[in-house]
Write a protein that binds this ligand. Structure first.
Ligand code: CAA
Length: 380
């Protein structure tokens, strides 16, 4: 697959791979067990430009393309899926909508501090009754004079505890449903804004996933992102890009599962030889690699389409669907190859398995990805 990447992309991959191996991997298990956000690592990643890979240098980004970003998220996630999604949620779900839909003033105001990693970004769309049905948001934004007043509560915000800037979706004309929803840029220091419940999760425990409470949060007019009542489309376009970030995270988990399986299979001896000599193990490794590379190619194609400004919603859904299923498949086989050892915390296999599961759920469940794919194929 190296032949599909440019020299710059290969150089970036090797640089991030080294950083992930030397710096992220050694403390990934510990951060996970202690629910510890890897702030030092994020600071170092930011110094390397990883918090703003696919954004122009004029706003403080690294000026690379979306494929480069995908490669970096995969490499980081190969070492630690939590760190991968911290970068992905920040970059795809917060920086991207501000960059794409923000005014020049909003871009100048928010992007430099976000792309430098000084302020982490988050996206707040979901609510207790608005998960897959993202248009059912009950959080309201009312125009009072020249201010917006926001009330309600949101759920499942990745980076919720650490983020300084949120792109948040609220209903501005509830009777219009998806056509009455708007997007706002919310500074976490605004009075009335607070972080509620911090979720205890099955995996990606080094990230924070939180409730966000909005109690008469007063925003100035220029907090509106894009046009009024056009927020649902902003959310959908944002999620198209986000799904490539999650596909890349899933690819990282799948590759970690395969590489650990190969290492273990060569070392582990049973019946007088290493278990890699048995066809049962060889076939599992072959199936894992086929799943990984198929998903990688779908993700590569969708990233290329995004770079080229093509409509890539369906391709992003396909990439996310197949990469997340590849991650689950590979993590499951990784435990199987490790046998009883794979079921213990002495090996990483159980962490990969727990981390893989969320990739089938967030930023659109596998069922929602199938819906997006089939709708685009069946439309008149
Ligand atoms: N790009 C641009 N516009 C889009 C679009 C896209 N990808 N998808 C839909 N739209 C537009 C439609 O064209 C339509 O436009 P009009 O009003 O002009 O007709 C409008 O949006 C409404 O579209 P639908 O009728 O298709 O809307 P729907 O209510 O049927 O919902 C859905 C469609 C695909 C199910 C959508 O609700 C969805 O993606 N749900 C999943 C939400 C999701 O991924 N949530 C995860 C939240 S983020 C997260 O996980 C937390 C985190 O921090 C990681």
């Amino acid at each position: 697959m190296d032949s599909l990447l440019t020299e710059d992309q290969l150089m970036l991959r090797d640089m991030v791979r080294k950083f992930a191996k030397e710096r992220i991997e050694p403390e990934a298990g510990d951060n996970e067990r202690n629910h510890r956000f890897p702030q030092e690592i994020i600071n170092e990643a930011a110094e390397m430009g990883l918090m703003g890979i696919a954004y122009p240098e004029e706003f403080g980004g690294a000026g690379m393309d979306y494929l480069s970003y995908m490669i970096a998220v995969e490499e980081v996630s190969r070492a630690c899926a939590s760190t991968g999604v911290i970068i992905s949620a920040h970059s795809s779900l917060a920086c991207d909508p501000i960059f794409r839909f923000g005014t020049e003033h909003q871009k100048q105001k928010y992007l430099p501090s976000m792309l430098s990693g000084e302020r982490i970004g988050a996206f707040s769309l979901s609510e207790s009754n608005a998960g897959s049905d993202a248009g059912a948001t009950q959080t309201t934004a009312k125009k009072v004079g020249d201010k917006w007043i926001l009330n309600g509560s949101k759920l499942w915000a990745t980076n919720g505890k650490q983020a300084g800037i949120f792109v948040l979706i609220a209903s501005t004309e509830p009777e219009l449903k998806t056509r009455g929803v708007s997007a706002f840029i919310v500074d976490a220091n605004t009075p009335g804004y607070s972080v509620g419940k911090v979720e205890r999760k099955l995996g990606i425990k080094a990230t924070s996933t939180t409730e966000i409470i909005l109690d008469n949060v007063e925003l100035s007019e220029d907090a509106l992102l894009g046009e009024v009542n056009k927020g649902f489309k902003i959310a959908m376009v944002t999620l198209d890009g986000g799904r490539l970030g999650i596909a890349s995270q899933a690819l990282g988990i799948a590759r970690a599962s395969i590489e650990d399986s190969i290492k273990y299979a060569k070392e582990r001896k049973q019946f007088g030889q290493s278990i890699s000599k048995f066809q049962a193990i060889q076939w599992m490794i072959a199936d894992m690699w086929c799943q990984y590379e198929s998903a990688w190619l779908l993700t590569w194609r969708a990233s290329k389409m995004k770079n080229e400004g093509l409509d890539y919603s369906r391709e992003a859904a396909m990439a996310k669907l197949m990469a997340s299923e590849a991650a689950m498949f590979c993590a499951n086989k990784c435990i199987q190859i490790h046998g009883g050892n794979g079921y213990t915390e002495d090996f990483n296999a159980e962490r990969y398995y727990r981390d893989a599961k969320i990739t089938e759920i967030y930023e659109g469940t596998s069922e929602i990805q199938r819906l997006v794919i089939s709708r685009s194929l069946l439309k008149d």
